[in-house]
Design a protein around this ligand. Sequence first.
Ligand code: PLP
Length: 289
Amino acid sequence: MVERLADKYQVTPNQISLGTGSVAVLTQLIQASATIGDEVIFAWRSFEAYPIVTKVAGATAIKVPVTENKEHDLKAMLNAITDKTKTILVCSPNNPTGPIVKKTDFLNFLKEVPKDILVVLDEAYTEFINDPEAINGAIDVINESNVAILRTFSKAYGLAGLRVGFTIAQEPVIDYLKKVALPFGVSSLAQAAAIAALECEAELLQTVNALVLERDRTHKELTQQGWDLPASQGNFIWFDLKEKSEEFAKKCEEAGIVVRLFLNEGVRATIAETVANKRLIEVASQFRL
Ligand SMILES: *Cc1c(COP(=O)(O)O)cnc(C)c1O
C-alpha cells in the first residue's frame, strides 16, 4: 500500500506513513511535534478534531478566527506564532466552511513560518476542488522540510468506515512520527480496499466530478436566491446562520434532509443526489433570515 502511494505521488516509501484514518495520523503528527506548554495554531471554525487532538497531546490550542468569507486568515495565523508554537494546521478546503487556501497565499505563508515549526496541510476533501488557484500539497509543497500533507480514503473514496489515511512528508518528519505511531495500525482488509479504490480511481473520480457539478449548481442557485455563502470546494455548503442555525436545521429535517448543525454558528449541508439538493434549495428559498 505504501509503495503504491509512493508511486502515485512520486516520492519514496519513507516519505509516507499510513494510519487508521487521517485523524490518527494527525494525532501522531501533533504528538510528535508538540507537548505540554507548546502551542498549536489552527483556524476556527475548522475541523472539530483539531482542538481534541491538540488537547490529547497536552498542547495549547491557538484558534485564529476565519475571515468574513470563512477563509483561513493566514496573516493573522502568522501573527499568532510565538516561541511556543510547534505546529500549525491548515485545512484546504476548510471543513466545515468550504473555501480553499490559494497556492500563492500558502507559499507566501510558508516563507514566513520558521522552519522548526511543522505545518500540517489537511487535504481531506482535495478531490472535490475545481478552483485552479488552490494549493495542491502533493504537487506544490512536497519537498518542503517542515510540511506534512494529510490525505484520506474517507471522503472522495467513500471508505470512512475502514479507517485509512496517510501523510506525505520528508523523511525526518516521518521518522519522528513513527516514534509515536502504534505499529500494525491499518488492517490488511482496509489496505486491500484502499488499493482496490486506487485501482478504479478513474471511475471514482467521475462520481466525484458529478458531485462537484451538483455542488456548484446548488451553490449558484442558492446565491441567486440571495444567500451570501462562502465559496464551496468540498462536498458541502456552509450556511453561516449563527443563532438561526437551529431553526434552519429543523426545517431541513422536516423536509427529510439531514444536515450538520453547529449550534449558534452555522449549518453544513452535504451535497447529495439531485433530488435532495433540490429539496435543500426549496427549504432555503422559504427560509426567512
Ligand atoms: C474527515 C476529515 C478528516 C479525516 O478523517 P479520517 O476518516 O480520520 O481520515 C481529516 N480532516 C478533515 C478536515 C476532515 O473533514
